[in-house]
Design a protein around this ligand. Structure first.
Ligand code: ADP
Ligand code: MG
Length: 257
């Protein structure tokens, strides 16, 4: 059977695996928030994670850069298991860029300083080189002229683009986005999605939790649908949106589309 008009091809299994979760379980007290999660993300792949509120999407992202511990299972990045603590953990975090719903910029640092800080402290890059790279990245996300301002002087869309530049400054192997446009005024959503689209086209490995189905359709290689702490369905965007298999996914799509 041939697929019709798939924008991006699904990446075949066994390709160059970058992020691997095996049988991951996590509880918050009695709540089994991640249940037997098996997920492999190939280098260069863009995976969009969708699902109802409370299904465990944020916890999944947070587990991948170890902002949350897991109870059992294995997570590895580029063949290396997630370290428990210390310098190794700091390095791992630098390999995994994270962009949150709330922009999380350092309020008392300028835009430029926000993008140089990690480079200088974690990557041990010299100040001049860090600033050069920061300015190039700020230019890439379209906020070069804001370099000397403080976050509060920027719009939400600009702040989120700075947050993306800050994450990219660490040369991450994978970028995680947790509902990056959910806190934005509607007119600013597209300017952030366009930066993410460009990143995807440039070959960045990305895990994106979002309700922006247009983005999922055009940028994702794969859609992962979560409900109640489980991965219920995985498919290409075309398959998922035109022919969801599970009742949970059908129900979810009927509410958001
Ligand atoms: P999603 O991002 O899909 O909305 P989350 O991963 O944020 O879901 O949360 C999944 C479930 O875990 C929710 O029921 C939430 O209330 C609960 N939860 C999340 N973080 C914590 C925490 N730190 N302590 C206790 N419960 C939590
Ligand atoms: Mg969430």
């Amino acid at each position: 059977m041939t697929e019709v008009s798939v924008t991006k091809d699904a990446i075949p299994p066994g390709a160059d695996d970058l992020v691997v979760l095996k049988n991951v379980n996590k509880h918050f007290g009695a709540l089994h928030v991640l249940q037997d999660i098996d997920l492999t993300i190939a280098r260069g792949e863009v995976v969009v994670v969708i699902g109802p509120s409370g299904s465990g999407k944020s916890t999944l992202c947070r587990a991948v850069n170890r902002l949350e511990t897991i109870d059992s299972g294995d997570i590895s990045i580029d063949g290396k298991p997630l370290p428990q603590e210390g310098k190794e953990l700091a390095r791992l975090r630098a390999d995994v860029g994270m962009v949150f719903q709330s922009f999380n910029l350092f309020a008392h640092k300028t835009v430029l300083e926000n993008v140089t800080l990690g480079q200088i402290k974690v990557r041990k890059t010299g100040k001049a080189e860090a600033e050069k790279k920061a300015r190039a990245l700020l230019d890439r996300v379209g906020v070069a002229s804001q370099a000397d301002k403080y976050p509060a002087q920027l719009s939400g869309g600009q702040q989120q683009r700075v947050a993306i530049a800050r994450a990219l400054a660490m040369d991450p192997k994978v970028m995680l986005f947790d509902e990056p446009t959910s806190a934005l005024d509607p007119e600013m959503i597209n300017e952030v999605l366009e930066v993410m689209q460009q990143l995807a086209r440039d070959g960045m490995t990305m895990v994106v939790v979002t309700h922006e189905m247009g983005f999922a359709r055009s940028a994702a290689n794969r859609v992962v649908f979560m409900a109640d702490g489980r991965i219920v369905e995985e498919a290409t965007p075309d398959q998922f949106f035109s022919n969801p298999r599970s009742d949970r996914a059908k129900d979810f799509l009927s509410k958001i589309l």
